[in-house]
Ligand binder design. Structure first.
Ligand code: LER
Ligand code: MN
Length: 288
């Protein structure tokens, strides 16, 4: 019987607003994580320093949490603004490559843009074109994309994984796939488990948070069936905790003390216990 823990855990440093990245890396390493997710702001964060500090701490960079502000809209009707957004995502591919990071999170629109500015079919074609252009460049840097779905209060474009799979297929890209975030999935999917199951083979990245976006174990989501299906589909990417204080706009949620030591410790402790329980049950031939 094997109860070996094989998930690789990461913590998204977005929650550590205002902190020096050196302190964030030290915390994540000290609390037993395999990796840290880095905020996608190449002008503010020095990738060479992150590469050095993570190597010294014995952890990896799992992913880039891209920050899709209004001026980073891959489906904006203004071609100049679309091109600027593509440029941002290409810069993130360079940023990731400089840290040996495998994955850049991609979403077609600005966060908090909740209605289209053009015909939805035309926007879809712009999304395909923008993501393909940036994705071809990322492939040359050895970087993959994960198309993340967000809830309806943050976007009208890609709320459910089946939509992300369709868009991913339309791009024709092979460097990456789709991404589920349990906070968003809990609002939008009929079944989180079925959405992950249907994404077998194309699931590039996972964000975990409880229903209130705090550390798993404190609110409504049952993580056992989620862990079970991730094991069932052979998910081999990072399990990254994206925990944020309550706010409509996730990028304006600010800094709250529990998200530092307290939730960083609780998240990995809770998920490791769930993972061990599920793996043990599966090894004994039990069902969820
Ligand atoms: C980003 O990973 C995310 O989940 C969105 O809520 C935008 O921050
Ligand atoms: Mn997320």
């Amino acid at each position: 019987m094997s109860t070996e823990t094989t998930f690789r855990y990461a913590y998204n440093s977005l929650a550590y607003a205002g902190e020096d990245i050196g302190d964030s890396i030290a915390r994540v390493a000290r609390l037993g994580y395999d990796a840290i997710e880095i905020v996608g702001e190449p002008e503010r964060i020095d990738p060479k320093r992150v590469a050095r500090l993570t190597a010294d701490a014995g952890i990896a960079v799992s992913s880039i949490c891209s920050i899709y502000t209004a001026d980073r809209d891959l489906v904006h009707p203004d071609p100049g603004r679309r091109a600027a957004a593509v440029e941002y995502v290409r810069d993130l591919a360079d940023f990731a490559a400089a840290m040996g990071c495998p994955t850049v999170v991609v979403h077609p629109t600005a966060c908090m843009k909740t209605a289209p500015l053009a015909d939805p079919d035309v926007e879809w074609e712009w999304a395909v074109e923008s993501i393909r252009t940036a994705g071809d460049y990322a492939a040359q840097q050895g970087v993959s994309f994960s198309l993340e779905c967000w809830n309806r209060y943050e976007t009208y474009f890609l709320n459910r994984l089946e939509q992300a799979r369709r868009l991913w297929t339309a791009t024709g890209l092979t460097n990456g796939g789709v991404q589920g975030d349990t906070f968003h999935m809990n609002i939008e999917e009929a079944s989180i488990v079925e959405a992950f199951r249907a994404s077998a083979g194309v699931l590039q990245h996972v964000h975990l948070a409880d229903s209130d976006r705090t550390a798993p174990g404190g609110a409504l989501i049952d993580f056992e069936p989620i862990v079970d299906v991730l094991i069932e589909i052979g998910y081999a990417g990072y399990v990254s905790f994206e925990l944020l204080p309550a706010a409509a706009d996730p990028f304006a949620s600010g800094r709250q003390e529990e998200f530092f030591d307290r939730y960083t410790e609780r998240a990995i402790r809770t998920l490791r216990a769930v993972e061990e329980k599920v793996r043990t049950r599966r090894a004994l031939g039990g069902r969820s």
